[in-house]
Design a binder for this molecule. Structure first.
Ligand code: PMV
Length: 298
């Protein structure tokens, strides 16, 4: 999203490695993307949130999860002046690209313009908790900070000093709920195969961190492929995501995997020099594809 003069914004993100395992304390690797949410507020008679791209126009007391997040943010910010919040976004909702966190960060910045980045994360997390019961915090951290790096619940976001990483995003067009996908994995955590998948996903992210720092795209791609297979075993991939991953490989991607919670949503492909070919192949199959970079700056 082209950043307009001074509209407070939150960025979207894509997870390179470590979704789901990050919820259990493992490290994940992810980057902010240029797509995001921009928010402007003006005085009004009552609080209202308008997001035309997501077909949202609501007050904070409505029975809607976005209204609940909006209400939680209004209350936590201590802002007592009624306002109408206009949000513009090029992020698809519920697609695994951090749309709820981007909204919460943009609203937090609008409600409390003097907060520093840590303060924005803290306030935005209050809203994000209304969307996802147990968010790891990775989405809000990247949305507020930008860049590319490793994240764990214990250590927060540690940026990696590397050039922005070109990726292709493929959208399955299937909306899903992160909270439901995370709850599904949690319900299977007593099974040894689920525990093994979570620990493998965490280990792949650690290896990916090293590959990213070394600029070793071939290894990074292979780790993404392994991660996608593991996410499939975890039960969070879908026919559409698998089809896009296969198509990306055929078009020359070094690595491809679902990104985010799965169950629909998006996949990413790492295809240095072959981005256009991968995007064209995904489009031919009827999926929306986006060529972008991980590492967008706030
Ligand atoms: O699908 P998204 O963009 O909400 O990403 C979710 C990532 C998870 O690891 C599955 C959940 C989390 O809170 O980290």
């Amino acid at each position: 999203m082209a950043s307009s003069a001074s509209a407070p914004r939150g960025l979207g993100k894509a997870i390179l490695l470590g979704e789901h395992s990050v919820v259990y304390g493992h490290e994940a690797i992810a980057g902010a993307i240029e797509m995001g949410v921009e928010c402007r507020a003006e005085p009004a008679e009552g609080n209202r949130l308008v997001i035309p791209a997501w077909d949202i126009d609501l007050r904070e007391d409505e029975d809607h999860k976005v209204a609940k997040a909006f209400a939680a943010l209004l209350s936590a910010s201590g802002c007592n002046e009624p306002q109408i919040f206009h949000c513009e976004t090029d992020l698809p909702a519920a697609a695994g690209l951090g749309s709820s966190a981007a909204l919460c960060v943009a609203l937090a910045r609008c409600l409390a313009p003097t907060l520093d980045t840590d303060g924005v994360q803290e306030l935005a997390s209050v809203g994000e908790m209304q969307f996802h019961d147990t968010p790891s915090g990775i989405d809000v951290a990247l949305s507020a900070t930008g860049g590319i790096g490793s994240y764990s619940k214990a250590d927060g976001l540690k940026l990696v000093d590397c050039p922005p990483l070109p990726i292709v995003i493929g959208l399955s067009g299937v909306e899903r709920s992160t909270a439901a996908m995370v709850a599904g994995v949690a319900s299977r955590m007593s099974e040894s195969s689920t525990k093994a998948c979570i620990s493998t996903l965490g280990n792949l992210a650690i290896l990916g961190h090293a590959a990213l720092c070394e600029g070793d795209m071939a290894s990074l791609g292979e780790l993404m492929n392994e991660s996608h297979r593991c996410l499939g075993k975890l039960g969070v991939s879908t026919r559409e995501l698998d089809a896009m991953v296969r198509a990306s490989h055929l078009a020359g991607a070094l690595g491809a995997k679902l990104t985010g919670a799965g169950g629909g949503g998006a996949m990413i492909a790492l295809a240095p020099g072959n981005e256009e070919k991968v995007a064209a192949r995904l489009s031919q199959l009827g999926y929306t594809s986006i060529i972008t970079t991980l590492g967008a700056q706030q």
